[in-house]
Ligand binder design. Structure first.
Ligand SMILES: Nc1ncnc2c1ncn2[C@@H]1O[C@H](COP(=O)(O)OP(=O)(O)OP(=O)(O)O)[C@@H](O)[C@H]1O
Length: 327
């Protein structure tokens, strides 16, 4: 598939020589949902801002729709950006806030408002058109911000931690909404997040960053099933990273069971999680591991902290890792 957004050996050095993004290359296919994730300071926001044109590229090229936009102004790149703080105008109604993007482009008032109404419909907020931002909930304000970003018909929508200010329930709801919109509109979304769950749920391509570099870029299922490094396995969660006589491996915690002969130790913690029970184990060789057991299985033969146990898994579930992480 044709790449919609392409980064070619992009580097960002801030004043003082600090390298925030270090020679990254990435091709995001047209019409896909891409999540950039990684620990704080790994360069996600800087990458997004370079795509938007809000940050200058130190080295390398940014292509959008096969056009080199590296030195173009943000307004002519065909992107729109939605920020974490929705940045709505407090004195304008929801409808006028959405219409604002068109006012900047010289569209006449009646036409602006008609089209703004269409985009409020799209984000299911028609009933709130006349309200001021202060009269809307966080989730509703966010829908207004989303409609305002989409009304300019961007080819690429850039979202900087759009869900982080919402409570967990609203976050899941908005996550579904974002995915629905992306599918319906068929445009490329690039979404910066701290949340592994969010990236798993949303992305066609999950880009895991670490220290200004890309540690892995792939479909989230591939990232989960075949983490490229110990860093990725640990960051994405749900894996034990273990040194065994045969090398270093990532083993999914839900594929581990009590019993077996692969690792011996004692239980240090038990955590009830509803459908599953998390059993944490300190191995005799000093490593820590855990097993995520289905609740029925655990309760059929429960163990307590302090109990001597062994951990087992099928050989096919041990995913080999490089001995040392490149990123
Ligand atoms: N204007 C700036 N001047 C100097 N250094 C900066 C500037 N902006 C960011 N940095 C540094 O660049 C690195 C990457 O920052 P960036 O904001 O891209 O990370 P991030 O992954 O988005 O982090 P977070 O998840 O905390 O938002 C960090 O080390 C940061 O301190």
């Amino acid at each position: 598939m044709q790449a919609d957004v392409e980064l070619i050996r992009v580097t960002k050095r801030y004043g003082g020589g600090a390298v925030a993004v270090d020679d990254i290359s990435l091709a995001i296919p047209a019409g896909s949902y891409c999540c950039l994730l990684g620990p704080s300071g790994c360069g996600k926001t800087t990458t997004l801002r370079m795509i938007a044109g809000h940050e200058e590229v130190s080295d390398g090229d940014v292509l959008i729709g096969s056009r080199n936009v590296t030195n173009l102004e943000p307004a002519v790149r065909g992107t729109a950006m939605m920020f974490q703080s929705y940045a709505l105008f407090p004195h304008l109604s929801a409808l006028e806030n959405v219409a604002f993007g068109l006012r900047m482009r010289g569209v006449a008032r009646a036409e602006r408002l008609r089209r703004a109404q269409e985009f409020l419909d799209l984000v299911q907020l028609s009933a709130m058109a006349g309200r001021l931002p202060s009269q809307l909930s966080g989730g509703q304000q966010q829908r207004v911000a989303l409609a305002r970003a989409l009304i300019t018909h961007p080819k690429v929508l850039l979202l900087d931690e759009p869900l982080s200010a919402l409570d967990p329930f609203l976050r899941t709801q908005m996550r579904e909404e974002l995915k629905r919109l992306q599918r319906e509109l068929g445009i490329t979304f690039i979404h910066v997040t701290h949340g592994q769950d969010e990236a798993m749920a949303l992305s066609d391509i999950a880009v895991v960053m670490n220290g200004g570099r890309i540690a892995q870029a792939a479909h989230p299922r591939e990232v989960f099933e075949k983490p490229a490094s110990a860093f990725v396995a640990r960051f994405i969660g749900g894996h034990n990273v273990l040194r065994l006589p045969e090398g270093r491996f990532a083993i999914r915690t839900d594929r581990c069971r009590l019993g077996g002969d692969r690792l011996a130790g004692h239980v240090t913690a038990i955590e009830y999680q509803g459908a599953a029970v998390r059993v944490v184990l300190a191995a005799q060789d000093g490593q820590t591991a855990e097993a995520m057991l289905p609740d029925a299985l655990f309760h059929a033969a429960p163990v307590s902290p302090g109990a001597a146990v062994t951990l087992g898994w099928d050989a096919a579930d041990a995913h080999p890792l490089p001995q040392a992480d490149a990123a």
